[in-house]
Design a protein around this ligand. Structure first.
Ligand SMILES: [Zn+2]
Length: 339
């Protein structure tokens, strides 16, 4: 006897698609707040893939790429295997305000730092916990969709713990995603580390930012994600079709290039996501007299995968997301050493 998958207020049987919600507590109007959830359960057994957007509320690429995915004809439960669970926004309060965290929750602001939260914690911790209780029960694979949000443009990078399940998921993203920033398995604080610690496949995927949300550019940004989602579903035989892969992967680790001066950061003419040499000039910070206060350079051979786009910067803020490349792998799934 096949059992229903129960997520929030819905029960889903094979061959069904349902919309529902996970309750996360009432607001002051006395109305229950809910996280929207969409479930496609294929007729046949298979992997359970969760895609979660807007853990950070200034990153709308998750909800819109999920909308574009739902437009695809491949998402037909009668032809699918396994289950696809879509959670367009994990932090709806933050998304409503367009900010990284819930502006009313000063004590648990960044949901990607205190995940999985607690049932009796601060407001955002309770939201994370309500999601985690259900997702950890059903998910084999979890994709957390992120971007540069309110500060930066990020370009097709993913963070992967070095467990085989997560590396396979990274490979399955397809040829547009060949920058793998890997880490040791273990730790808490974000969904990727928590799910990988449970032996699941989990990635934090980064592409886009507010500076690319105007007009059809936003659609183009989100389509990079949709291509990845479709390729992943093919790879795990959730939908029909041949999956495709990168020829090679640039495996490295992130180096945070923070401002050591306050002023205007203006990036140099450096291509995103191409190999550059250590010492290449990445940008300058100018004061209001026009003097150069700091010149940022590449700290290693590697790739710039993100740049601050809002010029105003103070000491300690992000300027550049740099991927120091440790090796080029022909097979991402053969794990190596991580930093
Ligand atoms: Zn984020």
């Amino acid at each position: 006897m096949v059992e229903a998958i129960k997520i929030g207020n819905i029960s889903v049987m094979p061959g069904e698609m349902k919309r529902g919600a996970i309750a996360i507590g009432k607001n002051m109007y006395g109305i229950e707040r809910e996280l929207p959830v969409i479930v496609y359960r294929g007729l046949h057994e298979g992997k359970c893939l969760w895609i979660t957007g807007s853990t950070h509320g200034d990153e709308p690429e998750g909800p819109f790429s999920i909308k574009l995915l739902m437009d695809r004809p491949e998402l037909d439960p009668a032809k699918m295997s396994g289950t696809l669970v879509l959670v367009p926004a994990l932090n709806v309060e933050a998304l409503m305000d367009g900010r990284r965290g819930d502006p009313r929750d000063a004590f648990s602001y960044d949901m990607n730092r205190f995940y999985p939260g607690k049932p009796d914690g601060y407001p955002s911790e309770r939201v994370a916990w309500a999601f985690h209780e259900i997702a950890s029960k059903y998910a084999d694979l979890h994709l957390a969709i992120h971007s540069g949000g309110d500060h930066s443009m990020l370009c097709r990078a993913f963070f992967a713990p070095e467990n085989p399940e997560s590396l396979e998921l990274g490979k399955a993203l397809g040829p547009e995603w060949d920058l793998a920033l890997t880490s040791n398995v273990g730790g808490t604080g974000n969904p990727t580390s928590v799910f990988a610690g449970m032996g699941k496949g989990a990635l934090t995927v980064e592409h886009g930012g507010y500076c690319r949300c105007l007009t059809t550019e936003f659609v183009e940004v989100c389509m990079k994600y949709v291509n990845g989602y479709i390729n992943i579903m093919k790879h795990y035989h959730m939908i029909e079709g041949e999956s495709v892969y990168a020829d090679k992967w640039y495996r490295g680790h992130q180096i945070a290039l923070l401002a050591n001066a306050s002023g205007l950061f203006v990036g140099a003419d450096v291509p995103l996501r191409e190999m550059i040499k250590k010492g290449t000039v990445l940008g300058h910070i100018y004061n209001l007299y026009g003097d150069v206060l700091e010149t940022l350079t590449a700290p290693a051979d590697g790739q710039v995968f993100g740049l601050r786009y809002r010029p105003s910067v103070i000491e300690g803020e992000w300027c550049c997301f740099f991927g120091a490349i440790d090796e080029i792998r022909n097979d991402l799934m053969i794990a190596g050493k991580s930093k």
